[in-house]
Design a binder for this molecule. Structure first.
Ligand code: SF4
Length: 261
């Protein structure tokens, strides 16, 4: 098959693979294929890399049908994978029902938790040692801000993570691509993304952060590059020390206070 991804895409994906040493000889990589624009490009790009890289590795793809109301067309994804010579698997789950039964919990938190478990299990069943996710640069920046806004933590996901409990390694080869670039990639891989059947799609905390970045970027065109620079450990400046425990505070407090006469 003739791959037609422009050089700029190839360079960014190669930069991620090389910088974070994502692929080793003999890897069996399971692609998380939701059918959205990101995972379609990821599948296409990894199929291309399988032909172009010196290291030999194999691929398979997996779709988890969360069983939201609308029928999810896995047939189209299977045909797409056939074209790329990627063995394809899909599985229905009861995640939508679990979300409905737990209305007081965050839908996305519940969904991500059960999805991760199901994908890890499938990777082990298929004897894969790696899972490739289609997270891109905007996802990493949004996750950084969501952590800050919702839990006061400065943190985001890593380009490559070893999961010690399962022995699997998660890789994110699209991490240097911007979401707009991925949107435009349909013209190269030729597959129309499948609309998400999830009723929460577009109403999430992530969407709110995405829109905030878009709005603020109109006044400050350097906002996004600055946020992206903040993903790096070496760009963390001075922060306050961790809060003292009550007992520690009481000790210091006594050093300051005169004894009552
Ligand atoms: S938007 Fe829907 S599919 Fe995505 S994480 Fe949230 S609940 Fe799951």
């Amino acid at each position: 098959m003739q791959f037609q991804l422009p050089q700029v895409y190839f360079s960014k994906i190669m930069r991620a693979i090389v910088e974070f040493d994502m692929i080793q000889e003999g890897d069996r990589i399971l692609i998380g294929l939701s059918g959205g624009k990101d995972s379609l490009l990821l599948s296409y790009a990894l199929a291309m890399m399988r032909e172009r890289l010196k290291k030999r590795f194999s691929l398979c793809a997996f779709t988890l049908d969360l069983m939201f109301d609308r029928h999810f067309d896995t047939d189209a994804l299977e045909r797409f994978c056939q074209r790329l010579r990627i063995p394809y698997h899909s599985q229905a789950t009861d995640i939508a029902a679990i979300i409905r039964e737990n209305p007081n919990r965050s839908a996305c938190f519940t969904c991500a938790f059960f999805r991760r478990g199901a994908i890890n299990r499938m990777a082990k069943n298929l004897q894969c040692n790696k899972i490739a996710y289609a997270h891109h640069n905007d996802d990493a920046v949004e996750t950084l801000l969501m952590g800050l806004f919702h839990s006061g933590q400065i943190s985001t996901f890593l380009p490559k993570t070893y999961l010690s409990r399962t022995g699997l390694t998660v890789i994110r080869p699209l991490i240097y691509l911007r979401e707009d670039e991925i949107r435009q990639a349909e013209q190269y891989h030729g597959m129309t993304p499948i609309a998400s059947p999830c009723p929460y799609n577009g109403k999430t905390a992530r969407q709110a952060v995405k829109e905030l970045i878009r709005r603020l970027s109109r006044e400050n065109p350097l906002l996004y590059p600055h946020l992206a620079a903040a993903l790096r450990e070496n760009n963390v400046g001075e922060l306050w020390p961790a809060a003292k425990q009550r007992a520690e505070m009481a000790d210091v407090y006594r050093q300051y206070m005169k004894k009552p006469s």
